[in-house]
Design a protein around this ligand. Sequence first.
Ligand code: NI
Length: 270
Amino acid sequence: MIWDVHAHLNDPRLAGELEAVLARARAAGVERIVNIGFDGDSSAASVALAEKYDFIYAAVGVHPHDAAGAGPQTWDRLRDLARHPKVLAWGEIGLDYYRDLSPRDIQRRVFTEQIEMADEAGLPIVIHDRDAHGDVLAVVCERPPAHGGVFHSYSGSWEMAREVLRLGFYLSFSGPITYRNARQALEVLAKAPADRLLLETDCPYLPPEPHRGKRNEPAYAALTAAKMAELRNVSLEEISRITTENVYRVFTRLQPGETDAGMDSGIKPE
Ligand code: NI
């Protein structure tokens, strides 16, 4: 069983054929998906999707692109959504200095404020870091999240990874580890401890080879898992097992032994 810990299933490119997308995911062994919000509306949509499908979970938060547009109403809404039992994390949050769609000082303030909200909600965070490695590290050092978190689609150096791991974070890898120019990510993947690795697609973005340049979907997490297995010289089953164990360690709202019946039944089989 593979967990795709970072998907955007509400994106129109996937939502239009969601049943087929989910069927292909399950056929490929990608049996659990964490669907990620990026603002108030997408976070609410993410929770709604998690209510509809027992194998889909949610994260709620405001992406750095949308930081400037978030206000008190957004935060009230997210705090409310975060109480839902299928919300596993607060995110994605962080800094994006590549597109700079919100002013950087606002991105930093909103990132810090959301770490505080995640702490209050008892949730780990999901970090988006694009071309902002130094400042992301500065923020999480100054205001470490109480419940840890995940660096999603990790793209930094091994030097930074060492620091991130020392702080207790998990590293999640996506399609780019299959690209020819992935030298830096491969170094991190070779050196990082197994008990901090996670798999994701970030679909519809970042498709692995041979789908580079096209639309990504959760089924392709199996291709990234296969690449991770090859790089670490272990079997695909071993990678699936390790990354699933890590999911339960970082997303503590999940109950071990939880079944497809969902989290609400409270009835444990004999
Ligand atoms: Ni994302």
